[in-house]
Design a binder for this molecule. Structure first.
Ligand code: ADE
Length: 236
């Protein structure tokens, strides 16, 4: 047990899916897993363990932002023996080539965040997912015939900014970031520091370059595709 997790050792699988929203974790577990049991409820950051095609998997919320995913992912790796975490989240597109509901697999994550510097003195502004886990995700997506966009992410500490509304264009052109989310940099950093594996799958939920309207059905279809890719990754 940790200050933020009252699951017992052995209650959490080696393979974990992390959506931001704990109620999303509940939905994923109840919809896609069998033999589901709830293993954490501290601060309502629900975690559920069950099986998918016979493989044990835990789904746990990460909360929003790097401080939150930083705590939960560190504890899962360090104190619960977790080996692989796939974040399953959403992102805002910075470029026309990434449309609403496209599924993105991060190949790197750039950030202005001080998370890595405070955590272990690292001065790098870019963190990377596990190559091995990414290769397994790509294989699962190919098997399911679901196209993935491999992209560099902007992992931001700030959702509401008073900066120039076109500020995203500079981040996109200068650093090559195709979309923005708020957690991958800390997750990848923790995995690296602790010798574990992390990856990040995202669906595009909003766009900085278009005002296209969407339907609830489209959102659900895109979300389901992403979850199927993540779960199938752990089957082989
Ligand atoms: N996640 C989804 N959309 C986002 C946005 N526009 N900014 C930061 N994180 C996001």
């Amino acid at each position: 047990m940790t200050p933020h997790n009252n699951a017992k050792l052995g209650d959490i699988a080696k393979n974990v899916l992390m959506p931001g929203d704990p109620l999303r974790a509940k939905f994923i577990a109840e919809t896609f897993l069998e033999n589901v049991r709830q293993v954490n409820a501290v601060r309502n950051m629900f975690a559920f363990t069950g099986t998918y095609k016979g493989k044990e998997i835990t789904v746990m919320g990460s909360g929003m932002g790097m401080p939150s995913i930083g705590i939960y992912s560190y504890e899962l790796y360090k104190f619960y023996g977790v080996e692989n975490i796939i974040r399953v989240g959403s992102a805002g597109s910075y470029v026309d080539s990434l449309d609403l509901y496209d599924v993105v697999l991060a190949n790197s994550s750039w950030s202005q965040s001080t998370f890595a510097r405070v955590q272990n003195g690292s001065t790098s502004d870019t963190e990377y997912p596990s190559e091995d886990l990414n290769a397994r995700i790509e294989k699962a997506a190919a098997k399911l015939n679901i196209p993935l966009h491999l992209e560099k992410l902007h992992s931001s500490d700030v959702f509401y900014t008073e900066q120039n509304v076109d500020g995203y264009k500079e981040i996109s052109s200068k650093y090559g970031c195709a979309c923005v989310e708020m957690e991958s940099f800390a997750l990848f950093h923790n995995a690296k520091v602790l010798g574990k594996n992390a990856a990040c799958l995202l669906t595009i939920s909003d766009s900085f370059t278009s005002n296209k309207q969407t339907t609830a059905e489209e959102r659900q279809t895109a979300f389901t595709k992403m979850i199927e890719v993540a779960l199938e990754t752990f089957v082989d």
